[in-house]
Structure formats: C-alpha cells, structure tokens
Write a protein that binds this ligand. Structure first.
Ligand SMILES: [Zn+2]
Ligand SMILES: [Zn+2]
Length: 133
C-alpha cells in the first residue's frame, strides 16, 4: 500500500509499505478513504515528538474508511467487515478501567512506549501493563 512516510526532519514522501496485519485479536483493519493532517503530525514532522522517529515511519492517525478485516475477538454487534468508520485521535483498548469508565483518552493500554513521553514531557502516560489480546 502507499503511505505518507517521515523521511527526516520536515521531509515526507509517499512510499510503498507493507500492508497492515492483525497484531491483536481485537484489531480491525481499515481501508482509508479520507484523511487529514493533525496538529500532532506537525510535532512528528519537525522531529520534536517523539524523538524516536526513524526514516520510513508512517504518519497519520485520524481518518475515515471501510472495515476490511476484524480480529476474532471483535464484537460483531459493534463492528463488522464493510462498516464505514471514522477514527478520531484517541487510541483506546476498550477493556481497561479508564475505558470502562468511558474515559477513552485516558486508556491505560494505548502507548506501548510510555517511557518516550516521560523523556519528552517529564510524565508517563497510557502505559501498558497488560495489553488485552
Ligand atoms: Zn491527531
Ligand atoms: Zn483502555
């Protein structure tokens, strides 16, 4: 597939990258039909956040599209192949205490590299201790 890739500070390119795969039994793969640039992308573009960007990293995290595959632990009453979806900025597991309280932007499992935020901002966030499978 084609993706907008970070090449270096303030430089991006459209490149061919491997198709996404299922990493978690609760994942869904979305064929993106529309997307936009987020302010967070600008922090990545200029290399400020996170300091771990590497050439070829794929940018973009807010989009809309069609579900093309779901994991076997996805509730078919909530999400099925063919559904059209809008994906906003928060990434949430749907299973932790914060998600159970509908505080999705405070999800405890959304950042597998929480230490990088501490290096940038002095605090950890969304640290995963037990990613649901
Ligand atoms: Zn965003
Ligand atoms: Zn969560």
């Amino acid at each position: 597939m084609k993706a907008n890739c970070w090449i270096g500070r303030n430089k991006v390119e459209i490149r061919d990258v491997p198709d996404p795969g299922m990493l978690n039994r609760r994942d869904a793969i979305v064929r993106i039909t529309s997307t936009a640039i987020c302010g967070s992308d600008l922090h990545l573009l200029d290399g400020y956040v996170p300091p771990t960007m590497q050439e070829g990293d794929v940018l973009g995290h807010e989009f809309m599209g069609e579900i093309v595959e779901v994991g076997d632990r996805v509730d078919p009453e909530r999400l099925r192949v063919g559904d059209r979806v809008v994906v906003p900025f928060p990434i949430a597991c749907g299973a932790c205490a914060a998600c159970a309280a509908e505080l999705y932007s405070c999800c405890e499992n959304s950042n597998p590299n929480a230490g990088s935020r501490k290096r940038c901002l002095g605090i950890r966030s969304a640290e995963s201790s037990a990613t649901p499978t």
